[in-house]
Write a protein that binds this ligand. Structure first.
Ligand code: SF4
Ligand code: SF4
Length: 436
């Protein structure tokens, strides 16, 4: 694609990167076929190619974002299916990240939108604050249908997604020693919401790692990876959160990896090297941290895991989180690992399409998110599985809101098969399987 940025514009390193990305696009349109928003409505402006044109026009003319551009960029899930499909290697993620920062700096959103975004950015990266919000949402949860009825769709979405059970406490920073001889040492990124909504996920990760000789460090001062605010275009806040993690993890001796149980966070930590590429103080350390980042399934694939007993013939529908399959290009490892451990794994048809979770997307764009969830749940239930497995708490929460099937994190199955406890969400299902 031809571009016409001036030399002065190209002196800005962010514009220079975006210009290279834009030039790589040959407008073939292959990406449209795998873009969830285009698949739903067939609107070119809600396709990757359409968005690329909108971003090009906005950046080239260095003009403030318009309401129309914001509408179509906001509808993008950042699922990155377009990157997997693109034959020209267009790095859509860095382009849309740049566009979102530009929107945040140049566009004044309506007051309700501003307030909601500010609230989410203030709450979600801070587990103690978010825990209080979840406790309050639990009380208001029965009012979700009423909120929907009076048109408060985003409030309804927040209430519907909040869990019925009381939020747990976040894990305190500590060291979990390896059982037996120590074979490795990793830092665990606990994630902002994992421990509040599903403490069994990190418990399973720690259990399987320590049982296989890996010491696990939950470092004091490590917190949100920055992705929640990064996807809202709040770059300063995202970089501040990332810097805090880089400082903390760089101070830990002898780390083999930074293990991440939330694939959305993993995609962002793996991008720290790019995010700090022009920062003279952080560039090298950020690159090193990115090189250490590993999804839990990716890391466990390198360990000699053995099933201690055959799982009871459970059929698992493996839902590939977009951040894992498109963001990190980890496609086979999680499903191969659970298959190797004895589960009957089924791939979900149209597995490249997002479930509609996408960070805060299911709150900010509830209509599209709900349609994507219905589509995803339909394809999963068609497989008639005993359980759904996914590697991301966002997907787990989103899909669970639309189905009665039990849903667990992949690492819970891995831990169980290798000697850990049965995942709590599966205990009832297991009784039924054993009876039949
Ligand atoms: S597939 Fe790639 S090159 Fe083709 S239009 Fe989409 S982004 Fe551009
Ligand atoms: S990131 Fe996902 S929603 Fe956004 S343009 Fe690409 S495929 Fe479409």
């Amino acid at each position: 694609m031809q571009t016409s940025f001036t030399l002065a514009q190209l002196a800005d390193p962010d514009v220079a990167v975006s210009e290279k990305i834009l030039r790589a696009c040959v407008h073939c349109g292959f990406c449209t076929a795998t873009c969830p928003t285009y698949v739903l409505d067939g609107n070119e402006l809600d396709s990757p190619r359409g968005r690329i044109y909108l971003i090009k026009d906005m950046l080239e003319h260095d003009r403030p974002a318009t309401a129309d551009v914001v509408l179509h960029i906001d509808r993008c899930l950042s699922c990155l299916a377009c990157m997997t499909t693109c034959p020209s290697g267009v790095h859509y993620m860095h382009l849309v990240d740049h566009a979102r920062v530009h929107i945040e700096r140049t566009y004044r959103r309506p007051p309700g939108d501003r307030l909601l975004r500010a609230l989410l950015a203030w709450l979600m990266p801070h587990p103690q604050r978010f825990r209080l919000a979840l406790a309050a949402a639990r009380l208001g949860k029965p009012l979700a249908p009423l909120a929907e009825l009076v048109g408060l769709k985003r409030v309804a979405a927040m209430l519907a997604l909040s869990p019925w059970r009381a939020p747990s406490r976040p894990l305190a920073s500590q060291i979990f020693p390896a059982s037996g001889a120590r074979r490795g040492r990793v830092a665990l990124l606990a994630g902002c919401v994992n421990d509040l909504l599903a403490p069994e996920i990190n418990a399973a990760a720690i259990s399987v790692l320590t049982r296989h000789g890996i010491e696990v460090v939950l470092a004091n001062g490590a917190g949100c990876c920055g992705s929640l605010v990064h996807h809202m275009g709040r770059d300063d806040a995202a970089l501040a959160q990332a810097r805090a993690n880089i400082d903390v993890w760089s101070g830990l001796e002898g780390l083999d990896a930074i293990v991440i149980t939330t694939s959305g966070c993993g995609t962002t930590v793996k991008d720290y090297g790019f995010m700090f590429r022009t920062d003279p103080v952080y560039a090298d350390r950020a690159k090193r941290i990115s090189s250490l980042a590993k999804d839990i399934a990716e890391y466990l694939s390198g360990l000699p895991l053995e099933a201690v007993e055959s799982p009871p013939g459970l059929v698992v529908a493996y839902h590939a989180a977009c951040s894992l399959q498109h963001g990190q290009r980890i496609v086979r490892q999680p499903r191969d690992l659970i298959a190797k451990l004895g589960f009957a794994v089924k791939d979900v048809p149209d597995g490249h399409l997002c479930c509609g979770s996408a960070g805060t997307y299911n709150i900010l764009q509830p209509s599209i998110a709900t349609r994507l969830r219905e589509r995803k749940v339909g394809t999963i239930e068609g497989l008639r599985p005993d359980v759904i497995a996914a590697g991301n708490i966002g997907c787990i929460t989103q899909i669970a809101a639309g189905t009665e099937l039990p849903i667990v994190h992949t690492v819970e199955l891995i831990d169980w098969a290798t000697g850990g406890p049965c995942p709590p969400a599966l205990r009832e299902r297991l009784k039924q399987v054993r009876v039949t």
